[in-house]
Design a protein around this ligand. Structure first.
Ligand code: ZN
Length: 245
């Protein structure tokens, strides 16, 4: 079995289509939340993914765009995008988003949008926070999104009891094997990367071997920006896509 892992698609259809084409045939697609918000194609993204063998969690923007989160917690651009999304969501997309869980176990992997401790809102940006969060899930591996920055935290149990926490930033093409370690892995964002690389980020996973691979793929950023302009979404949100910031 082969699984495509995506996070933070954020209504960016050209980015999602590029990822699906680059990943090739897979048996399942797992999303770590934030299907909508920021981007111009929330209904198209949800419709396309639901035509596949697909599972998703809710992210904070999925909640923001469906009246489940107080928009005061978002910055002005994110809030404007949530409001725009709320207005254009079809009944079908809205019902789907409203039904999403905030954390779960897919296969044998714990999944949460932000963190296992605080699934919708916590940003796992450093090893100190990761260390705490290893206590909040029971599986060997946890997948998260939310920061839009690919990163891997690894906890290695020492022979004499003391463990070691390691952090690594994956490069495109890297394979990640948990071996006997526990992992928290963030595959980055499909629709709005923020690590300085504007290409869409995603991962593939082979449950039989436990191996993850990390990938980047270029997409038609200008097409997404044009659709954002036509929709009247904030200019800064379109601009940042070309810098991956
Ligand atoms: Zn997001």
């Amino acid at each position: 079995m082969r699984v495509l892992i995506i996070a933070d698609v954020h209504g960016n259809l050209p980015a999602l289509e590029a990822v699906l084409a680059d990943a090739g045939p897979v048996d399942e697609v797992w999303s770590l939340g934030d299907l909508v918000g920021y981007g111009p194609h929330p209904n198209e993204v949800v419709q396309l993914l639901r035509s596949l063998p697909f599972r998703s969690l809710a992210g904070n923007h999925d909640w923001g765009a469906t009246g489940q989160a107080d928009l005061a917690v978002f910055n002005a651009d994110a809030r404007a995008a949530c409001q725009w999304t709320d207005e254009v969501l079809t009944h079908e997309t809205r019902e789907y988003l409203l039904g999403l869980e905030v954390s779960s176990v897919f296969g044998s992997v714990h999944v949460a949008h932000g963190s296992p401790r605080e699934p919708l809102w916590e940003y796992l940006t450093n090893v100190r926070l990761a260390e705490i969060n290893f206590g909040y899930f029971g599986t060997q591996v946890c997948l998260v999104g939310h920061t839009h920055v690919p990163i891997m935290f690894r906890w290695r149990q020492g022979v004499h009891g003391a463990g070691a926490f390691l952090t690594a930033v994956p490069n495109a093409g890297d394979a990640i094997d948990p071996e006997d370690d526990r992992l928290i892995f963030n595959p980055g964002s499909v629709g709005q990367p923020r690590d300085g690389d504007p290409r869409a980020a995603y991962a593939r996973y082979e449950p039989a071997t436990g191996r993850f691979t990390f990938h980047r793929v270029a997409y038609d950023i200008a097409a997404t920006q044009a659709a954002m302009g036509a929709a009247g979404l904030p200019e800064r949100l379109a601009f940042r896509l070309q810098y991956g910031s």
